[in-house]
Design a protein. Structure first.
Lengths: 184, 254
């Protein structure tokens, strides 16, 4: 939480990744990545979303506003370990058994989500990777099933869980494939 | 998991695999990296991208397989077989006008799409005449599309060089007989616009327009003096001879 001081009242707003769900984190990312909006506009929207009173926002001077942006640390990530399981509606879903791996089939679906949606794909990616072991493979990869899971993930899973996975995928997609392309 | 036999070079890739590989590469989506690589690997191994052997593989294993086809970034060698079973490749300097026209059309439409047809035009049965000279099976006396399909199960390295073989010849024709080709001003271009073109670009535009102007129909019409019953006879004549005749006529203003 971040403490905002105001002459008439102080207020705390959410500011670190652990305080948001994946759906909320996707929204914050989409605002930050929106190239059609200016910097002030984006961060005003973000602070309002995080709970800041409009009165406090209107009274804030520009230096304090910039300082607040610097202190806002939702994109700072400490977690590196990939979470083995998540719980959705009291049911466990697992991303791996012994060692985290992504299959080619899963990666193809993930690539499709990243391509189709500029900024709201994290929930979909998590839905591909977290599976119920008692569910048939065909259902696991069924698009409706993934879509339904993604919706639950967006509302029930903490955003900090997704970061190590996104880093892993980014590394595979960008770094390792690029190394292949360059070395060849 | 079943072992996948990834070819170690183009000499292990058959013509039909190569053509499917090139088609896959042309239609690939540069954004879908892993999906594209799986399609390329599948093309080279006679498998489907949706086979379990690929879909169940983890991406680290796939990266290892991708490295194995790094040689595919380069084209196959420009060599080709002179003899393929009972068939021989007809030397390009002996091709007739009709053969040149057909090859030109096939190359223009896409030499990978028409690769087997192109090979089919080159592949001929031969015999010796009474004086011991080699005679090539005449064009038009056999179905070159069917003939070309005989190479599908052969390594691509046996025939890939036919592409350069023809293109080099066409370039030679263009440069040796350049005076025959009138430069064409593209409609709508004024001098200022032309001057704005890069010299290489101007050269390319000129080359494209000259080839457009060289509609083969007008060549045949000219040579036959408008008598279409002579077309068949003219198309059987060697293409070098035809161009020499055209050059002679132009110079003599005939």
């Amino acid at each position: 939480m971040l403490l905002i001081k105001h002459p008439t009242k102080n207020q705390e707003i959410r500011s670190s990744i652990e305080e948001f769900t994946i759906g909320e984190f996707e929204y914050l990312s989409s605002v930050i990545n929106d190239s059609s909006r200016n910097h002030i506009d984006k961060w005003t929207e973000i602070f309002k979303f995080c709970g800041m009173d409009e009165e406090i926002l209107d009274d804030m001077d520009s230096f304090d506003f910039i300082k607040l942006i610097g202190e806002f640390n939702v994109f700072e990530v400490k977690r590196t370990e990939i979470e083995k399981s998540i719980v959705l509606d009291d049911i466990f879903y697992f991303s791996y058994d012994e060692e985290f791996k992504i299959s080619v089939k899963e990666m193809k679906i993930i690539e499709g989500f990243i391509k189709d949606s500029q900024d709201k794909y994290i929930g979909d990616i998590m839905a591909v990777l977290y599976k119920r072991p008692d569910v048939d493979k065909n259902i696991t990869f069924d698009s409706s099933h993934i879509k339904y899971k993604a919706k639950l993930i967006r509302s029930q899973v903490n955003a900090s869980v997704c970061v190590p996975i996104i880093n892993y995928i980014s590394k595979k997609l960008i770094k390792e494939v690029n190394i292949l392309d360059e070395s060849n | 998991m079943n072992q996948i036999n990834i070819p170690s070079g183009w000499n292990e890739v058959l013509v039909d695999q190569f053509l499917y590989f090139m088609k896959t590469r042309e239609t690939s989506d540069s954004f879908l990296v892993f999906e594209d690589y799986v399609q390329l690997l599948a093309a080279l191994t006679d498998t489907l991208p949706t086979d379990d052997i690929w879909e169940d593989m983890d991406i680290d294993e796939l990266l290892v397989e991708i490295k194995k086809i790094s040689w595919a970034k380069l084209s196959p060698s420009d060599k080709f077989l002179i003899q393929f079973g009972e068939f021989s490749i007809k030397p390009i300097e002996t091709i007739s006008l009709g053969e040149f026209i057909d090859l030109d059309h096939l190359f223009t439409d896409g030499y990978f799409e028409n690769f087997t047809k192109i090979a089919g035009i080159f592949l001929r049965r031969t015999k010796e005449n009474e004086w011991g000279s080699i005679i090539y099976e005449p064009h038009g006396t056999y179905n070159y599309e069917e003939r070309g399909e005989l190479i599908l199960e052969s390594p691509i390295t046996n025939f890939y060089g036919l592409i350069k073989y023809f293109l080099d010849f066409k370039t030679l024709i263009n440069s040796n007989y350049e005076p025959l080709f009138e430069p064409v001003i593209v409609d709508g271009d004024d001098e200022d616009e032309q001057d704005a073109y890069d010299p290489d670009e101007q050269e390319e535009i000129k080359r494209e327009e000259t080839f457009k102007k060289w509609a083969w129909e007008s060549v045949l019409h000219k040579l036959s003096d408008g008598d279409i019953t002579k077309y068949d006879r003219i198309t059987e004549l060697p293409v070098i001879f035809i161009f020499n005749q055209l050059g002679f006529r132009k110079e003599m203003d005939l």
